[in-house]
Ligand binder design. Structure first.
Ligand code: EPU
Length: 418
């Protein structure tokens, strides 16, 4: 197993470059399977979630070349077979393959996907989408068998703007007959990235980035190219690091608009920031105003930044609140922050954080990806040494986190342990 050791208190300065977005890349790679020609995706982050998807691609007999952040996928020899449960359970995005295979072959067998344990995470909206397109869904234990004689475009209203269901319906409808309309679609930038890539291959998708997405089915998808957009959650995590202990820390290669909800909260706190076209430069906040935050789908405040932000709330002078509206179990980091010295109470979906409080380094555990990121941030400002166990979760989503933080002045290392 792996753990991260941090000696807190070192100021962070210089430049940190943001990698391609995990949550885009994990959808773009399965989307590539829909093509009958070679496609290339650039700026792919080097993280273990991508390794898992590469494993699935190879298992399905796709030809894959991955080097220097670029992945070229040729799906012309793909064999549509059941992916073993042990592989599909490694990450949430494995179910995007379910949709690509269904869209391409009108038949798929796939196990329920994995992902962080942060709540129930049902996939009913995806299944509703498949059925609306004319597919039959058979569920046996953890396994789904989905088949259709043909897929026919339909109008689908999502009960909630689910990122996963929006991507899944796009992938399964892109080669269906006629037009599919998704109402109450998720508006995340990652969805725009996926739609742009598919359009580059020959798909006809309009409205991605808005609540109504229209997909006019096409018969053939050819070669295509795209770049993964900068990771807005990695961006936000390092911007928060800058607000915690930065000295003119420049977070580079970003799309500031994608983190507007965070930047707006940082302005409310009183952070000293310089926002440019593709970077934000930020320094440590001294005390700062408390804030109230509520997580929402994009363009609202992202649930994925809620845990990292909690560390910053512990440093503000006064009472802050944070309401988590997307997941039922995304406060597993709080126990550890309290052990480190934070004053946080949980009342159902709402955290109340009283600050400022000094944090003290200790042994903590990453229960999920963003909880791990939160604890790394806490370690950066804590007195003494923090050891974050179970950081495989963190390595799933943050490319070269040790190297990037070391470069800007942190004292941090990765260790193996039993
Ligand atoms: N939901 C349902 N039914 C569904 C689908 C979703 O009830 O059929 C609920 C979920 O339980 C959740 C909410 O709707 O309460 C939103 O879920 P969504 O489908 O939008 O999430 P997701 O697609 O499973 C992606 C990201 C998550 C991120 C969420 C929200 C990927 C691979 N994962 O998950 O990222 O938190 O959108 O923005 O794109 C992370 O990176 O740490 C992470 C968990």
């Amino acid at each position: 197993m792996k753990r991260i050791k941090i000696v807190g208190g070192h100021s962070l300065s210089g430049n940190i470059n943001i990698s391609g977005a995990k949550n885009s890349a994990v959808a773009l790679i399965p989307a590539a399977l829909l093509s009958d020609e070679k496609v290339t995706i650039d700026n792919v982050p080097n993280i273990s979630d991508i390794d898992a998807l590469e494993e699935i691609l190879k298992y399905l007999n796709a030809d894959v070349i991955r080097e220097n952040g670029k992945i070229t996928i040729d799906s012309s020899n793909v064999i549509n077979k059941e992916v073993p449960e042990a592989i599909s359970k490694k990450l949430r995005a494995s179910y995007y393959f379910m949709s690509s295979l269904l869209g391409k072959y009108k038949y798929v067998e796939m196990f329920f996907p994995g992902g962080c344990s942060i709540g129930a995470r049902p996939i009913d909206q995806t299944l509703k989408g498949y059925k609306a397109l004319g597919a039959t869904v058979k569920e046996e234990g953890n396994k789904f068998t989905i088949s259709a004689e043909k897929l026919v475009g339909s109008k689908i209203y999502l009960d909630m703007p689910s990122v996963g269901a929006t991507v899944n319906i796009i992938l399964s409808a892109v080669k269906a007959e006629g037009q599919t309309i998704i109402e109450n679609a998720a508006r995340e930038p990652e969805i725009v990235n996926v739609a742009t890539f598919l359009n580059n291959m020959g798909a006809k998708i309009t409205g991605a980035g808005t609540s109504t997405i229209k997909i006019l089915g096409v018969e053939y998808l050819g070669s295509g190219y795209t770049e993964v957009i900068p990771d807005r959650i990695e961006t936000g995590t390092y911007i928060i690091a800058g607000a915690l202990i930065g000295n003119k820390l420049k977070v580079n290669n970003i799309i500031p608009e994608h983190v507007n909800s965070l930047l707006d909260k940082l302005k409310e706190i009183g952070c000293d920031m310089e926002i440019n076209d593709n970077s934000v430069t930020i320094s440590k906040i001294n005390r700062g105003n408390p804030i109230n935050v509520k997580t929402l789908g994009y363009p609202g405040f992202p649930t994925d930044l809620q845990q990292p932000l909690t560390v910053l709330l512990t440093q503000l002078a006064g009472i802050s609140t944070l309401e988590e509206t997307i997941y039922e179990n995304r406060f597993q980091n709080v126990k550890y922050l309290v052990d480190m010295g934070a004053d946080i109470t949980i009342n159902e979906k709402v955290l109340t954080v009283v600050g400022p409080k000094n944090l003290t380094g200790m042994n903590v555990t990453a229960t999920d990806l963003r909880a791990g990121a939160c604890l790394v941030l806490a370690g950066l400002i804590a007195n003494g040494q923090t050891i974050v166990d179970n950081v495989e979760h963190v390595l799933r989503g943050y490319e070269n986190i040790i190297g990037k933080l070391t470069n800007i002045g942190a004292e941090i290392e990765l260790e193996e342990y039993n």
